[in-house]
Design a protein around this ligand. Structure first.
Ligand code: UDP
Length: 318
């Protein structure tokens, strides 16, 4: 199989591209390097520095069988301040990509959607039939594409799966292999906590008065390697004329304090913290039901929180 990975110079895209290559697939990466890093594209992948809105007509020449689509803006706060960036990049850009696929006869897509599509859910764990009421332009842009994929599947026979990620952490590390999180502006809990433990500079804990057991937000963390495995399975599971939505999470909730304790154990130093008010838009609890992904993909996450943190720490140390 020959697969186009958009955003293959980014965090999750580079891990999936590496895993696809390891599985024997041919990989073509498209990334405009607006947030990605050229040296994160795995060796062995064919790389084109390009925006996803500019694949007509070259996509036909690349002769790919399927697309795994990551390329997107992905910061909730930025999307609130500058929604145009999200509607243009994530929505208009992706519709252009879908139309390039139609024009060149590429019929399979796995799309990087998000738990942010659900917004504040009434019931936990969140199942795929929960109402989608995003609270940010980022979540809205992901939901818009989930809806577009359903239409393209029905009308044009596209075979599509949207994977709604919960909190992704960890890295792909091994013999000579290192793919992980390298964001210019790092907002995520695990890398920030690792850096705080390493440098001794306190990090913010956003909100200690949530209605959760220890007052901090509860999230569902999933190892990026388990997440990548689900993408490889989804590429095989897509069906002509059908769009499915699947949650990808561990099904377990961990509070911010539990994550910081685990980081302290892995690094061997406590994480210094600065308790701050709640961050705008953060729901108290987000935990996935992963039963649907289990039954459709035969997928089970295999790596627990400490292993995500240990791998992210190995990656951080360079
Ligand atoms: N968080 C925090 N300090 C940080 C980064 C994150 O307290 O420096 C909290 C954040 O408020 C949320 C949880 O950690 O409750 C996970 O945040 P992250 O940005 O990693 O992912 P999100 O759940 O927003 O997608």
């Amino acid at each position: 199989m020959r697969v186009l990975v958009t955003g293959g110079a980014g965090y999750i895209g580079s891990v999936v591209a590496a895993q696809l290559l390891a599985s024997g697939a041919e990989v073509v990466v498209v990334d405009d390097l607006s947030t990605g890093h050229a040296d994160a594209v795995p060796p062995g992948a064919e790389f084109h520095e390009r925006n996803i809105a500019e694949l007509d007509p070259v996509l036909g020449d690349w002769r790919v069988d399927a697309v795994v689509h990551f390329a997107a803006k992905s910061l909730v706060g930025e999307s609130t301040e500058n929604p145009a960036l999200y509607w243009r990049n994530n929505v208009i850009g992706t519709v252009a990509l879908l139309d390039s696929m139609r024009a060149s006869g590429v019929e399979r897509i796995v799309f990087s959607s998000s738990a942010a599509t659900y917004g504040i859910a009434e019931h936990q764990p969140i199942t795929e039939d929960a109402p989608a009421r995003p609270t940010s332009a980022y979540g809205a842009s992901k939901l818009a594409i989930d809806l577009a994929l359903a239409d393209y599947a029905r009308a044009y026979g596209l075979a599509a799966i949207s994977l709604r990620y919960f909190n992704v952490a960890g890295a792909l590390v091994g013999d000579g292999v290192r793919f992980g999180e390298r964001h210019a502006t790092e907002t995520h809990l695990v890398p920030n906590a690792l850096r705080a433990a390493a440098t001794g500079t306190p990090m913010p804990v956003f909100g200690t008065d949530y209605p959760t057991p220890d007052g901090t937000c509860v999230r569902d963390y999933i190892h990026v390697v388990d997440l990548a495995d689900a993408h490889l399975r989804a590429l095989e599971a897509v069906e002509t004329g059908r769009h499915r939505v699947l949650n990808l999470g561990s099904g377990l909730g961990h509070s911010v304090r539990e994550v910081l304790d685990a980081v302290g154990r892995v690094v061997g130093r406590d994480v210094p913290v600065d308790e701050q008010p709640r961050r705008a838009g953060d729901p108290a609890t987000l935990v996935a039901s992963n039963a649907e992904a289990g039954s459709v993909l035969g997928w089970r996450p295999a790596r627990a929180l400490e292993s995500m943190i240990a791998d992210a720490w190995e990656f951080e140390q360079g």
